[in-house]
Design a protein around this ligand. Sequence first.
Ligand code: SF4
Length: 730
Amino acid sequence: MPKKVDTPSIQKYNRRHFVQISAQGLVGVGIGSFAVSNLSLIGCATENASKKVFGACHHDCPDTCSWEIETQSGQVVSFKGSPSNPYTAGKLCNKMDHFDSEVVFSPHRLLKPLKRVGAKGQAEFKEVSWEEAISDVAKRINTITSEKGGEAILPFSYGGNEGMVQGKAGRSFFKHIGASNLERTICGDAAVAGIEAVNGQSTGIMPEDIVHSRYIVLWGTNTLYSNQHLWPYIEKARAAGAKLVVIDPFVSATAETADVHIQPFPGTDTALALGMINIILSEGLQDQEYIDNYTSGFEELKTHVQKYTPQYVSEITGLEITAIEAFAREYATSKPALIRILIGMEHQSNGSSAFRTIGMLPALTGAWKDLGGGLMHMAYELFGQSLNYSIFDLPEEVSGKKVRSINMVELGKALTDKEMAPSVDALFVYNANPAVTIPNQNLVLAGLKREDLFTVVIEHFMTDTAMYADYVFPATTPFENWDLFTSWATPYININQPAIPPLGAAKPNTEFFRLLAREMGFTEDYLYLEDKSIVQSMLNSDHPYLEGITFDSLEKSGWARLKVPNEWRPHAAGNFNTPSKKCLLYNPDVQPALPDYIAVTQSETDKKSYPLRLLSIKSTRYFLNSSHANITTLRDLEGQPMLDIHELDAKNYGIADGDEVKVFNQRGEVFLKARIKNKVKKGVVCMPQGYWNSLMPKSSSANALTHDLLTDMGGGAAIQDTMVNVMKLA
Ligand code: SF4
């Protein structure tokens, strides 16, 4: 482990190295030529006046907090959550409170383009100019496309930046060159596909209306950690008498605070929901008038669910029969009853069916009629309907180009498949860190190691993916670029104004693609859209949701709530987004027409070799997916990842609390300490997602074990269908 950093022209970037330096208080020593070494020098003092600018959090988080930044003489003097936005309510979260010092002005931030000079994955780079780097990238892309066609290029971007500008950067460029299409479906799409099969849309009630709920079911969401700004509204409802039920196979922080925690075996939510429907219908607890007026397929569903008896559902879920019955009865007879669903139960081969079945419940009980009743899921469709996306329109000959699609969940397969024609020969990664976040990690890493794969990464830090790059380009943060933030779970829209000029040689993602297009000699206007004009154009809409919300108004206020009604009951009288406007309990256009529970299958040999179900979940409080897991202060607060194991399993394996263990299966192994707090059921083990491989023992994290199976609908990742074994280390 090195004790200091030298500054030769070739630099070794190593995550452990950075962490140790930071922990020793040697921040910035010797790495000043690449990174920020003295915060007082930052800000390019070109302006004397003080100014306040507005922005918003770019993370893949349902809250989309608004923020305010004050600068003085071009330097940031204040950064805080917007006090005027009632949802943000002046607070960011523990992941983002120190985003300014921990990310924007981090001494470890990448501020110059880097060219690989060592072996792949060794993180040995030298600084180069933008001109040299872009010229080289353009030459490589020209060579690959002329020899093998555009499909040999694969863009890989995701939720690292959710902005309409920086998050969508490059889409036109890759369409223009005919690159392979990336199916960005790892998260959310299976859930949406399930809900859409029933309701035709995923938008339910608005988050603030949960205050009216009196029976709240948080199903597959650790709200306290991953939807923090909804929590005060839940507390308000509880203070007014609401009962809180949490359904989670893990005893999360949220489950610990609930009035009732229902803990089914992972992947059995579909069976639980089908069993609830059977109980509700057999006991006559349904709202027959709502069903008759606003649903179709009731008789087919009623017949279908009869096999899901409480006894059968109990065997599948591991729940007591009495608990299943009590829950079904309470849900059906409480008013207003709300189910808040998020991604927890989506990541299983049965995941879409779970959402589809749960989506039927409020229609069967008529919960949609009540303010604060129904389903709370997404909100992004409101923005899709109201914003003006025409600035992204492409000519038919470009948008209509038929190219192959590659699902992001199967990146490892795509990079290592020798039969694939054309092979993926160039990979562009931005707003993503697939070496950590994509399942079947060792296959992904084997692909990234290919000497014949040309990899370009646009990043803030030397991530586990960037370590494999041929070129790494420094990206701006939202402090330094324009953007527009919609939200996938709230009705709030935010403008993001740059507070300071880009640090070092960092550039917005969009500028990278403009420079590359210019270098490649492209002249089409759609490749050169300016960031601010994208924001202005998207807000140029006369949709009623945007009434009074303009670029100018957002420049003054920072945020606005879409003009959806304050007390919104979208399906009080049906009005589902289906051709019949009815909720489709039976949907012949989807196969199967009725959802069923399907168990994970394993060969007899595998059952013996890998008997434990692995849950790998977002249980960390200080990381957002893999973002911030490299920040020493946040890692120290989070602590080392632990393997939760039930006491009976631990006894069986001779494991004591705190023992070092190896968790393994056909795909890999992960080393961590055991925790015996009975946070999981017997037969289940659990570890957190998000930790970077390079900072874990033997460079391996949760996705080294996870399966790259797809979900039943929507192309999501069925990572919770993973089976493992555990061994105590000597
Ligand atoms: S991560 Fe979520 S809760 Fe935290 S600041 Fe960003 S949007 Fe808000």
